[in-house]
Design a protein around this ligand. Sequence first.
Ligand SMILES: Cc1cc2nc3c(=O)[nH]c(=O)nc-3n(C[C@H](O)[C@H](O)[C@H](O)COP(=O)(O)OP(=O)(O)OC[C@H]3O[C@@H](n4cnc5c(N)ncnc54)[C@H](O)[C@@H]3O)c2cc1C
Length: 380
Amino acid sequence: MDYSFTPEQEQIREHLRALLSKACPPEYAAKCDEDARPPREAYDALAKNGWFGLIVPPEYGGTGGNAIDLAILLEECGYAFEELGMWVFRTLTYGGYAVMRDGTPEQKQAILPRVAKGEIAVCFGITEPHSGSDAAALTTKATEHEGGYLINGQKVFTSGMDCSELCLLIARTSSAGKKHEGITNFLIDTTLPGIDIKKIKTLGQRAIGTTQVFYNDVQVPKSAVLGKVGEGWRSVDAYIWYERLCLSAARTGAATAAFEYALNYAKTRKQFGKTIGEFQAISHKLADMKMMLDISRTMVYRFAWLMDQGKATRHDAAVVKLHTGETYKAVSDMGLQILGGYGYCMEYPMQRFFRDSRLATIGAGTSEIQRNIIARGLGL
Ligand SMILES: Cc1cc2nc3c(=O)[nH]c(=O)nc-3n(C[C@H](O)[C@H](O)[C@H](O)COP(=O)(O)OP(=O)(O)OC[C@H]3O[C@@H](n4cnc5c(N)ncnc54)[C@H](O)[C@@H]3O)c2cc1C
């Protein structure tokens, strides 16, 4: 068993750390959050330096990196600014991986080079007002019409719909059979007539944010179908595993940044004539944070390795998502406590970690749902 990164992977990390320390410093992340503005400049800097091509095959302008390379990219983006990681991962998962897996040669030719250049952003719309955890119960309809499809329905929590060129929209093309059947995936232009986007005010994740999307007689061409008509659910399942790797890596990066801030604070803030880190109540919190983060990182790279070997299971995906999400939430909570009253102030970054991390146990499958998956694997 070898836990080391290759020299090339160490270089990926070094390059990204250097690039993002300039293109996405903490004050920039804070401002994007405060102004509810996507980190466009940082996204473009990654694009300019070729990072969106990391997982795209060379024939489409990428470098064909593996899942470990991808986890490094996402961990570094998350370390700089979690929402940058979220934006990057959606494009790479729903524009990159999904098209690589299920696209026709024409779709690959049309989309992958644009993803590799970072020219486009891609978002994902599956959740609806009445189908959250029970995502396959979705009712947004796609009906055959004039050689294409007409989309009608409502999505909620489509993050980044207002700052993405494409959306991977999951819709129902047939109501016959079980709920997982009759689902079709569409890669649609987000500016089509009949699409109405409303921003949702949220506790955290404010830079890119999330939206409610209404689809009223939206005409999409047949060429927008990604994968097989009526068999979309199997693909969604695969995309979600990929998403779980990306999310887990980005959140581990963000949790590491929160931990480092709290550690530095504990080493410099003095009370009762000592640094607060000298009080065992504080140092033990930091020790727990470090332990949880070490486990998160080990799990992220183990899961990436399993994916590269084609050995990852549903159980592995749920375990890594659950642990890294709960760790990010716990680390940010403890970090806020370590900063005392300053942790509660908007001028300090800990409140942002605290707010952003709250989504980690809710979005992309709640912690309860991950536990259900793990329990089912145990025969319960
Ligand atoms: C900021 C934000 C961004 C998001 N981004 C996206 C996005 O880009 N695209 C997208 O499609 N969706 C997105 N989501 C949706 C997200 O994935 C859902 O919110 C999540 O899956 C939970 O669904 P729900 O909110 O409807 O909660 P519900 O499913 O109604 O769950 C409510 C509570 O009941 C629990 N529960 C439900 N079923 C069970 C069960 N069987 N066993 C035990 N407990 C259960 C849940 O764990 C939860 O605690 C986003 C959500 C938010 C808040």
